[in-house]
Design a protein around this ligand. Structure first.
Ligand SMILES: [Zn+2]
Ligand SMILES: [Zn+2]
Length: 297
């Protein structure tokens, strides 16, 4: 009975907007019945203007050093947990700066040999779209309106999926994070989203079904039901990611993600397993995914 998550494992040890220790994230995953758990800390950004708030004192070089320490500790915990929990060590990408992101992501991948990566976009043309409503509005103003912003965001996701070929595409509609319960996309944005779904399918990646913003009462699960329905019709696979930012978040909201997946008509869910240093992808029928975790809630 697999129970899994592949986007998350952020911890206060290696991420300034997360809490707790990475060892406690892994320990909590064991306690909460996970069989497989992916760690995907944010990749370091290499320009001062791309630091997340709170990273100013680290600077790009300190951030890189911290990230390398994360990879070492994650690998150590992977060994410690072996036999109890199939831990995958990866990272979550960025799509900036526009001219060098791909070289940088591929460089990290070559140097650190992660088990997998979560391909995520958090900006449109250099402005974060997941930081505050005000910043997202500024990005929309610069783009020529919200639908134009949505189109640009999905185009960036498609570009990232095609060129980087991640195993998982993170929160594919993050751009509507601050749109609340009534979030939705216009026809041009949905067409662009469909191109991002097609790019995801074409490279054999799967979608991260993610309760990050939902858990905080901000926004429905990523992706919205309309996108998940379309993805299912197109044959795009799905997996789970709690997008946890500390031990307290481990697995929280994944029951709702499973319901969203089932409501979209999926009958199976993908997961990843590491054996002898190699990572393979498997599928599980929905009804076999840790049913104890999906009792009424
Ligand atoms: Zn984060
Ligand atoms: Zn993210």
């Amino acid at each position: 009975m697999p129970w899994f998550s592949y986007h998350g494992g952020h911890s206060g040890q290696y991420c300034r907007h997360a809490k707790g220790k990475l060892a406690d994230v892994v320990r909590t995953a064991v306690e909460r019945g996970f069989t497989h758990y992916g760690l995907s800390e944010h990749c370091p950004r290499d320009r001062q203007q791309d630091l997340y708030p709170g990273e100013e004192d680290l600077g790009p070089s300190g951030l890189l050093q911290l990230f390398e320490e994360y990879m070492d500790e994650a690998r150590r915990l992977q060994e410690v947990a072996a036999g109890q929990l199939n831990v995958l060590v990866g990272f979550e990408t960025e799509h900036l700066p526009s001219d060098t992101w791909l070289d940088r992501m591929q460089g990290l991948r070559a140097e650190l040999a992660p088990d997998y990566i979560v391909g995520s976009v958090h900006d449109v043309e250099g402005t974060w779209v997941d930081f505050s409503p005000e910043m997202t509005r500024a990005a929309a103003d610069a783009a020529g309106g919200f639908e134009a912003l949505h189109v640009k965001y999905f185009e960036a996701v498609a570009d990232l999926a095609t060129r980087l070929q991640p195993q998982v595409v993170g929160h594919i509609d993050l751009v509507r994070k601050f749109d609340g319960e009534h979030a939705g996309f216009g026809p041009r944005a949905m067409a662009a989203c469909e191109r991002a779904l097609e790019a995801t399918r074409a490279v054999g990646a799967v979608l991260d079904v993610n309760p990050g913003a939902h858990r905080r009462g901000l926004s429905p699960i990523y992706p919205l039901p309309a996108i998940l329905h379309r993805a299912r019709a197109m044959g795009v696979g799905v997996t789970l990611g709690d997008d946890g930012h500390g031990p307290h978040d481990v697995g929280v909201g994944l029951d709702a993600c499973m319901r969203a997946i089932a409501e979209a008509g999926y009958t199976e869910v993908c997961y990843f397993e590491r054996r002898d240093g190699r990572v393979g992808r498997a599928t599980s029928p929905i009804e076999a995914v840790h049913p104890a975790r999906r009792s009424p809630s």
